[in-house]
Design a protein around this ligand. Structure first.
Ligand code: MG
Length: 346
């Protein structure tokens, strides 16, 4: 009997430990869809995470996945062809596509009985420290979050409203750890932004993510050219074709599996970014340890890593990559290195 790839998927809602606030919105849950691809009794796990501001929903992901037919593929290892055809089904739907990509990487790793980092030729000991996000809140809440983040070596903070200096000063009253700043397109004036970047550099901030709205290319290039800190694209760069446009505008790019359709395209983006002299940041959405473990397989290639998504939720359903003293620790299990915590939930 010829074996077939079988795709299953179901919606799941992540409960956030803290209300999550960025420049544009606040929320306490994140909808995801969990996928499983089975072949010869072996199951690969995948995940699509859809923070609401990115446009995908559980409904849109399940609609997309219902149009994916993997049963005709005879070579399960031919991810290049399978994923190109999945990508061609419809534009957008990047998180839905990532859920297939992740599940297939997990599955093929399990069929080869090797962790993905080995298959990719990467050294698991060379994983970096990840930052952990300290969301915007009252000074008391900020102090509480810094205490919770005790083991982490790098803090990430969301700025871009009218109290940026106050937030940094509140953190600096408690800790001198390096900080990465994500403005989420929140700054409006380039001269003020440059002054702020100089001030932030004096406060041991190490990078600025997406200072301006993604359509303000000239202002971003102006700031990057003068900035004493690297300016990293997030909202401005989604997929492989966007990487070349970041050259000369940003110092680097933040690659997220949910934006770029998964591990396969993320690898291509990393290679291109490095060839263009762009720094590579590896980021995430709020996600279970499934998608985080997938992204962390690539983490030794990144200049900066922001893979704290699974730590921000109360109801993870996977065990995989762990963060130990702030460092990403990959599991030795095959594929993306995850185990389902409670199999009854499938
Ligand atoms: Mg960002």
């Amino acid at each position: 009997m010829r074996h077939k790839l079988k795709l299953k998927y179901y919606p799941y809602t992540l409960e956030l430990k803290h209300v999550f606030t960025v420049a544009s919105n606040s929320r306490s849950t994140t909808p995801v869809v969990l996928t499983e691809i089975e072949y010869e009794g072996c199951i690969g796990y995948g995940e699509a995470s859809m923070p609401p501001y990115l446009g995908e929903t559980q409904e849109s992901v399940m609609k997309f996945l219902s149009s994916v037919d993997l049963s005709g593929y005879t070579n399960v290892f031919d991810l290049e062809s399978i994923l190109a055809e999945v990508d061609a089904i419809a534009p957008g739907n990047t998180a839905a596509k990532a859920s297939i990509d992740i599940a297939l990487h997990d599955l093929t790793g399990k069929l080869m009985n090797q962790p993905l980092f080995n298959i990719l030729g990467l050294n698991k000991d060379k994983t970096p420290f990840t930052s952990v996000t300290i969301g915007i809140g009252t000074p008391d809440v900020i102090r509480e979050k810094i205490n919770e983040a005790g083991e982490f070596k790098i803090l990430k903070v969301k700025l871009g409203r009218d109290n940026d200096k106050e937030i940094i000063e509140t953190i600096r009253a408690v800790t001198c750890k390096p900080i990465t700043v994500d403005v989420n397109q929140g700054w409006k004036d380039r001269e003020q932004a440059l002054d702020m970047v100089h001030w932030l550099k004096g406060k041991n901030v190490i990078l600025i993510e997406q200072p301006f709205s993604k359509d303000r290319i000239e202002d971003t290039a102006w700031l990057t050219n003068r900035s004493p800190l690297p300016v990293i694209a997030d909202e401005s760069v989604q997929r492989l074709a966007d990487v070349i446009k970041a050259k000369g505008i940003f110092s680097g790019i933040n690659i997220k599996l949910m934006k770029c359709t998964g591990i396969r395209e993320a690898c291509k983006m990393i290679i291109l970014a490095k060839a263009l002299g762009l720094k590579v940041m590896l980021g995430c959405m709020t996600e279970t340890s499934c998608a985080i473990s997938a992204a962390s397989q690539l983490s030794s290639l990144a200049d900066y890593t922001d893979l704290d998504g699974a730590l921000l939720i109360n109801n993870d359903v996977f065990e995989g990559t762990k963060i130990v003293d702030g460092k990403i620790m990959l599991s030795d299990l095959p594929g993306i290195g995850v185990e389902k915590i409670d199999k009854r939930k499938t």
